[in-house]
Write a protein that binds this ligand. Structure first.
Ligand code: ZN
Length: 81
């Protein structure tokens, strides 16, 4: 039924994704300036996100299953490499 959407974000159906560098900050525009409200360090080379809704994509699982798989929200401590 949703055959065509397996290469798209399972959440919103968008088909483009963006990668992020090892660190990214979550910003909020507060009182005319950008405030960093959270910083995140990532041990893997990069993460992939849906360009539209921002859901994190599980790259390895997506490749393994041949479809877009959202990353488990729980951070894995033993994530390889
Ligand atoms: Zn999405």
């Amino acid at each position: 039924m949703k055959k065509a959407s397996k290469f798209k974000c399972p959440k919103c159906g968008f088909g483009f994704f963006v990668s992020e560098p090892n660190r990214y900050d979550i910003l909020e525009f507060i009182r005319g300036d950008f405030d960093v409200i959270n910083s995140e360090y990532i041990e893997a080379d990069f993460k992939i996100f849906c360009r539209d809704c921002g859901s994190e994509i599980d790259e390895n699982e997506s490749i393994k299953q041949g479809k877009i798989v959202l990353k488990h929200p729980v951070r894995k401590s033993g994530f390889f490499k």
